[in-house]
Write a protein that binds this ligand. Structure first.
Ligand code: NAD
Length: 360
């Protein structure tokens, strides 16, 4: 099977963790002679802006349409020039253009890593393109404005289409994971009776098609506490954009921090591997960023491609990457400083490659 995959390095630590991720994927794919990859490196972010005056060049947008999937490194948009309309934040544009409605973000604890809890294995599905995020929930204009200098209004969008899509993603994932087979929908319908009401109704409707999966719902404030106190109670969690944005960082904090938080943005046709964390300018250029989140985002992409194209080799390659990464994490010999080690980003990536090569 032949795949066309994009490489978009992003900014700051993206320039370090994305090449390491590509190397890990290449090492795994080489073990399966029937997998053939055409890699397409495309300009994005500040390096693209410095070259062409645009953070999201047209050539990137046009090429992505012809790819199966791509890896997007973290974007450091807070540092982009504020007064230039060509210095756009690329990732909300990509998430909308390619209808990447579900952002799948796993949180897993490892015995070797100091964390607030053990035996945590949760996936949070965050709706990606609506909610309170004013940079993506309007066709034209922005859903945040100031009628007077002393009043700000932000509007929230919830649709049946996106809510049903994320709910379906959650139930399908719960079946695939073979774990607790439980989906928890998070909302605040006590206050947002219409918006959260619609979101929850959609989740309940989709739940009817999955009688083998337990379904429950919780109010977001209670869930935020439950997540800190008893994260082992949950399997797959589904929620709207802003709640998911906050809860996924909270979940990452339970198991070792943002370097341990991968993600995959998924729509009906495309997927985009994108870690939860940002571009970490404070550690950029030092070769100490933890590549786990980016590598595991690439692993999720491989798994999604394998399932979509019914390609057993790609599914096996994804499993191989997961086993190799987990082995490096469990041994804790070659890990970056945030995990208590003294290895570089590259050294940790090389350790994963060695684990892959050593396996049949
Ligand atoms: P951040 O996630 O970049 O960093 C927060 C903290 O976590 C920092 O101390 C950083 O060093 C650490 N960290 C993050 N990733 C790490 C890794 N892989 N290994 C080790 N430590 C890691 O958040 P921020 O500092 O608030 O934002 C920096 C830039 O990233 C901003 O421009 C922000 O807008 C952007 N951002 C982008 C995304 C994205 O692309 N998805 C997400 C969040 C923030």
């Amino acid at each position: 099977m032949r795949y066309r995959i994009g490489i978009l390095k992003g900014d700051d630590i993206g320039l370090e963790i994305v090449p390491v991720t590509v190397k890990v994927l290449e090492t795994a794919f080489k073990k399966f002679p029937d997998i053939s990859i055409e890699w397409n490196e495309l300009p994005i972010g500040m390096p693209a802006y410095e070259k062409s005056g645009e953070t999201l060049p047209q050539v990137t947008l046009e090429t992505l349409e012809h790819l199966d999937s791509w890896i997007l490194g973290p974007i450091g948009h807070m540092a982009y020039p504020k007064d230039d309309p060509k210095a756009l934040n690329p990732h909300p544009i990509l998430r909308r253009k390619f209808d990447l409605m579900s952002n799948i973000r796993p949180t897993k604890s490892y015995r070797s890593i100091r964390s607030l809890h053990q035996n945590v294995d949760i996936v949070i599905i965050r709706e990606n393109n609506e909610g309170f995020q004013p940079d993506r929930n309007m066709f034209k204009g922005r859903a945040e404005f100031m009628p007077t200098p002393d009043m700000a209004l932000s509007m929230r969008v919830i649709t049946r289409k996106n809510s049903e899509f994320v709910a379906r993603t959650a139930f399908e994932l719960s079946l695939q994971r073979n774990g607790k087979r439980k989906v928890t929908a998070i909302h605040k319908n006590t206050v947002f009776k219409i918006g959260c009401g619609l979101f929850l109704d959609c989740c309940k409707d989709i739940a009817k098609s999955y009688p083998d999966v337990e379904f429950e719902d919780r109010v977001v404030d209670t869930f935020a506490m439950n997540l800190v106190m008893q994260p082992q109670d949950f399997d797959v969690v589904v929620t709207s954009n802003m709640f998911g944005d906050i809860l996924t960082d909270e979940a990452a904090g339970l198991v070792g921090g943002l370097g341990m938080a991968p993600g995959l943005c998924v729509g009906p046709d495309y997927s985009m591997a994108q870690a939860t964390h940002g571009s970490a300018p404070d550690i950029a250029g030092k070769n100490i960023a933890n590549p786990y989140a980016m590598i595991m985002s690439g692993q999720m992409m491989a798994s999604w491609l394998g399932e979509k194209k019914r390609d057993d080799s790609m599914v096996a390659a994804a499993k191989l990457i997961q086993t190799a990464v987990e082995s490096v994490i469990e041994k804790l010999e070659t890990v970056t400083p945030d995990l208590g080690g003294n290895s570089s980003t590259e050294q940790m990536g090389e350790a994963v490659c060695r684990e892959i090569e050593s396996r049949a």
